[in-house]
Write a protein that binds this ligand. Structure first.
Ligand SMILES: N[C@H](CCC[C@H](N)C(=O)O)C(=O)O
Length: 276
């Protein structure tokens, strides 16, 4: 099977985007892993699949697969690239695009050339929504790694995030702690691990060890989750610039009961075909 794909990235978080509206094929988990493979495939953090909608009130179905082949609920940087892709491929002429994901409908607002704003929905803090093994909701949680205990925030953006506040992201032990947090027993569906440095109430630096991938250059849902946690702790203002290794995102959250809005860059890297 020969498959057309487009390589894109949002603030360095890179994707292989597959249009299954104008081409038909069934992607198996091993096909996803091959597409994501940086040695023998195309190479990316996540594979994004554009499908026709399964309901009349949305424009598209949006499926997201981590590099390990697992399907996940949400991908913020991917959503921005999705909006640019469907417009540039003339799959829609709309600027306001509603997209069905595994965790509900999100709305994408295509702005000027490469900037896209995404309504990422409301952050959820209840342990059952993360999911997190905890008696009840708390401002933060202590997870025991054996050699040390960590205080983390826990937020769902449709996908699970644990956020550790650190003094300096450059010296944070992302490589050592990331995998331990990702697979900690308190997170039954594993978790994306964010390392957040609060620079000012409107600026944070963030590194994310992503579930099913490892450290990425940027994580949109991770940025949303970090701002929601930081704001819930009283450390951050309503609109925050999130500086990630691959670029900057602007996140706005007015507080509980409101959705998180994310704006950031998108880029098309190259187009190609691959034999699966
Ligand atoms: N990079 C994505 C997040 C993917 C999350 C995935 N690693 C998971 O297992 O939830 C983003 O921009 O939101």
């Amino acid at each position: 099977m020969i498959l057309r794909f487009t390589k894109m990235h949002g603030a360095g978080n890179d994707f292989v985007v597959i249009d299954l509206v104008s081409q038909r094929c069934k992607l198996r988990s091993r096909d996803i892993r091959k597409l994501a493979d940086r040695r023998f495939g195309v190479g990316c953090d996540q594979v994004l699949v554009v499908e026709p909608p399964s309901r009349p009130d949305v424009d598209f179905r949006y499926r997201i697969y981590n590099a390990d082949g697992g399907e996940v609920e949400q991908c913020g940087n991917g959503a921005r690239c999705f909006a640019r892709f469907v417009r540039e491929k003339k799959l829609t002429a709309k600027k306001r695009i509603s997209v069905e994901t595994a965790c509900g409908v999100i709305v994408l607002n295509a702005r000027d050339h490469d900037q896209v704003e995404v309504d990422m929905g409301a952050p959820r803090f209840e342990p059952a929504d993360i999911p997190l093994r905890a008696e009840q909701r708390a401002a933060s949680y202590v997870i025991d790694l054996g050699a040390q205990q960590l205080e983390v925030g826990a937020v769902s953006m449709g996908n699970p995030h644990a956020i550790l506040r650190v003094d300096n992201v450059d010296t944070a032990d992302v490589e050592g702690l990331g995998p331990q947090i990702e697979r900690h027993q308190d997170f039954p569906q594993r978790v994306n691990a964010g390392f957040m440095q609060v620079v000012a109430e409107d600026t944070i630096r963030l590194r994310v060890f992503e579930r099913g991938v490892g450290e990425t250059l940027a994580c949109g849902t991770g940025a949303c989750a970090a701002v929601a946690y930081g704001r819930s702790r009283g450390w951050l203002s309503e609109t925050v610039t999130v500086q990630l290794p691959g670029g900057k995102l602007s996140i706005t959250w007015r507080g509980e009961g409101h959705n998180v809005m994310m704006t950031g860059p998108t880029a098309v890297v190259f187009e190609g075909t691959i034999k699966l």
